[in-house]
Design a protein around this ligand. Structure first.
Ligand SMILES: NC(=O)c1ccc[n+]([C@@H]2O[C@H](COP(=O)([O-])OP(=O)(O)OC[C@H]3O[C@@H](n4cnc5c(N)ncnc54)[C@H](OP(=O)(O)O)[C@@H]3O)[C@@H](O)[C@H]2O)c1
Length: 340
């Protein structure tokens, strides 16, 4: 016996990936439904070799459904996730709405799979921000060996992190640069994203940081260890899919770069590609459609006593959202619901 699974936001980038990954990983499904807004009623989406017709979320009754994978914005999530959860359906949510709620577990299965058990308080489990998810996958095995004190991270985040509109803006602006009369003014982003980089993601906070940067700090503490200090600079770059991060890590104990490389090679969810030669590292384009979080450029930071630098790349629609959500559903099934 498998599960009855609802994919909410099935017409979106993350929704598409969730449907693909559920099929790829042969998640035990008895029945699946694709939900989106009324605008998308009847829109066809693929699930393996099947085609599903989208239903209207507003009209949908979650009674009798086991798991709902949500990938819609926070505003719509606020309306529909509690409704779904109240019927007994377990919501796994990609928005930021519940991530900091003490009654909602925030889970990256490679790091804190056991936290899933806490879903019972609200029937909701939160997925972290895309840049946090890949970073904690890289940090956890190193923290277990040498205890991380502080992390300095700079991100290079793709436009798919902003949803369909971000992708369209980069595409249209890029074309507009070459076609006279078709220039596209910034609307999704505060400045031109084509052939540019923007050191600003989400809203500004009082201390001069942005909400995206704050998320990396708060979520790393919740998922891994509240003692870890994180300082982040989040930057939007003209890449369609795949987030990259330059990460500097300071440890309590000394960790040699060779041992760090060996630890990361053995760690779940990670592929190390680290040849000190031209092209001997991973770039975001190579991460597209993959499950792995790739680690390259592992090297000692000789300016501090116990420091390591590394480069971390992953498909933000997958490990940063859809894959993580499906992995959480797998853990939930194995540890708690026990069907399939
Ligand atoms: N992209 C990433 O890297 C990433 C990573 C982590 C988390 N997330 C989060 O995942 C969520 C979805 O992101 P995305 O990139 O997939 O966005 P997207 O491509 O813009 O898709 C948005 C989806 O939400 C649906 N939706 C919007 N308002 C709705 C409403 N009122 N009722 C029902 N459905 C509604 C849309 O349906 P229609 O097509 O019918 O409008 C569409 O299916 C967001 O909360 C985002 O913050 C994204």
């Amino acid at each position: 016996m498998g599960y009855r699974v609802a994919v909410v936001g099935a017409t979106g980038n993350v929704g598409h990936e969730m449907l693909k990954i559920l099929a790829e990983r042969e998640f035990p499904i008895d029945e699946i439904v694709a939900l989106a807004s009324r605008r998308s009623l009847g829109t066809e989406v693929s699930f393996g070799d099947k085609t599903l017709k989208c239903k209207d979320l507003e009209q949908f009754d979650f009674t009798g459904w086991d798991i709902a994978l949500f990938a819609i914005g926070s505003d719509a999530t606020k309306i529909y996730a509690p409704k779904a959860a109240a019927t007994g359906c377990v919501v796994i949510d990609n928005s930021s709405l519940y991530r900091y709620d003490p009654d909602v577990p925030l889970v990256v299965p490679e790091v804190n799979a056991e936290a899933v058990d806490g879903y019972t308080k609200k029937n909701i489990i939160a997925n972290p921000n895309c840049s946090t998810a890949q970073m904690v996958v890289a940090l956890k095995p190193l923290h277990d060996r040498a205890r991380i004190k502080r992390v300095v991270v700079s991100t290079y985040q793709s436009v798919s992190g902003t949803g369909k509109e971000g992708i369209d803006e980069l595409w249209n602006q890029t074309k507009g640069v070459f076609v006279p009369g078709q220039e596209v003014a910034p609307s999704v982003y505060p400045k031109q994203i084509a052939f540019n980089v923007i050191p600003h993601i989400d809203v500004f906070l009082d201390d001069g940081s942005t909400k995206e940067e704050w998320k990396m700090v708060a979520e790393t503490k919740k998922i891994m260890d509240p003692k870890i200090k994180v300082t982040a600079t989040c930057v939007r770059v003209p890449v369609f899919v795949g987030h990259s991060e330059a990460i500097n890590i300071e440890f309590e104990d000394f960790l040699a770069e060779d041992e760090a490389r060996d630890i990361l090679r053995e760690a779940p969810g990670i592929l190390v590609v680290d040849k000190r030669e031209d092209g001997g590292y991973v770039t975001p384009i190579e991460s597209v459609g993959e499950y792995a979080t790739y680690i390259s450029r592992i090297r000692q930071d000789s300016t501090i006593e116990n420091g390591i630098n590394l480069w971390c790349v992953s498909d933000n629609l997958r490990k940063g959202a859809a894959l993580n959500a499906v992995q959480v559903a797998e853990v939930l099934g194995q540890r708690c619901l026990k069907k399939g």
